[in-house]
Design a protein around this ligand. Structure first.
Ligand code: FAD
Length: 282
């Protein structure tokens, strides 16, 4: 008699750190490998992301490790803490997955973890999710973000169609954080330096001041939630962009860790949408 297949949650992968590389003073690449990555289903999107799982110290997790079982059987404070990271690259031939971590100081879990990661360390994660890739039919592309969105912007630039115009704005702390980005597109890349200023201020100004090229734009705007909110309003209300042409979200929130940001995100988004609806012509 046929039995019901067991209900499965999002795919859980266990990978091993192969090597790490300081790309810039505040950006650390961690390259993962191992048999757990076989058949890793990334490729459709250029903003693929994974949810890293950091185990709570002192907790005995049931084996085999299964998030559905952990959520059903352990109290919430013992669940692993999750942190979200973009798939900077996945090479199915070599079986290597690269994640780029902003090292934003000693605070937090994921940044310090990446700084301390050594070959042989294990990392568990769920995913990948994702939703954006440059639209081949767009007349031009707008990509804007801070360091947290730089891995997704870099991966997206590699997939811009040959010769397609792209206007790219990336805000980083200073010149030492700039990276060499490759693209077959006709991209004008502007690096904005924060120099100790407010996150997103220079970026929001640059996008506001941009004279939009003619034609249909496909836009990707991500990073700290405060400037993302400001730019969403600008692009939707002042530039009249429909949501279908826009991938936009807050990747993190100043002064909140990821748990705090994720738990307030729904309310934040509802407020952004309500303000926008009130400002848009009916
Ligand atoms: C879909 C998605 C993809 C993402 N991709 C990436 C990626 O590829 N690389 C990446 O580095 N981040 C990425 N992020 C952002 C990342 O998940 C958050 O920055 C996360 O909070 C970092 O976790 P943490 O443990 O280092 O710090 P947390 O414990 O979450 O936060 C500790 C403190 O650091 C602050 N903080 C958090 N992030 C930053 C930052 N970037 N700069 C300055 N201060 C910060 C917080 O406000 C808090 O005060 C992504 C987020 C999403 C939603």
């Amino acid at each position: 008699m046929a039995t019901e297949p067991a209900r499965k949650g999002p795919k859980l992968t266990t990978a091993t750190v192969l090597r790490t590389e300081r790309l810039t003073p505040h950006m650390i690449r961690v390259v993962l490998g191992g048999p757990g990555l076989a058949g890793f289903p990334a490729g459709e999107f250029t903003d693929h992301y994974v949810k890293l799982l950091f185990l709570q110290p002192g907790v005995d997790y049931p084996e085999p490790f299964d998030m559905a079982v952990i959520r059903a059987e352990l109290p919430r404070e013992q669940w692993p803490t999750t942190r979200t990271y973009t798939v900077r690259s996945w090479d199915a031939d070599t079986g290597e997955l690269a994640l780029d971590f902003v090292y934003h100081g000693d605070q937090g879990l994921a940044g310090p973890w990446a700084a301390a990661a050594r070959p042989g360390d294990e990392l568990r994660f769920m995913g990948p999710g994702g939703g954006y890739a440059p639209d081949a039919e767009a007349d031009w592309h707008l990509l804007a973000g801070d360091e947290s969105a730089l891995p997704a912007i870099a991966a997206s630039l590699e997939r811009i169609p040959d010769g397609a115009p792209a206007r790219v704005f990336i805000e980083v702390e200073g010149p030492a954080e700039e990276q060499d980005l490759k693209t077959p597109g006709d991209a004008e890349i502007v690096w904005l330096h924060r120099d100790g200023g407010r996150v997103g201020e220079a970026l929001a100004r640059a996008v506001r001041e941009l004279e939009f090229p003619a034609g249909r734009v496909h836009a990707f705007v991500h990073g700290e939630a405060g400037f993302v909110k400001e730019l969403r309003r600008h692009l939707r209300v002042e530039r009249g962009l429909p949501l279908a042409q826009l991938s936009i979200s807050g990747y993190w929130r100043l002064g909140r860790d990821e748990d705090g940001w994720q738990s307030s995100k729904r309310e934040w988004n509802a407020q952004v949408e309500a303000e926008e609806a009130a400002a848009l012509p009916s």
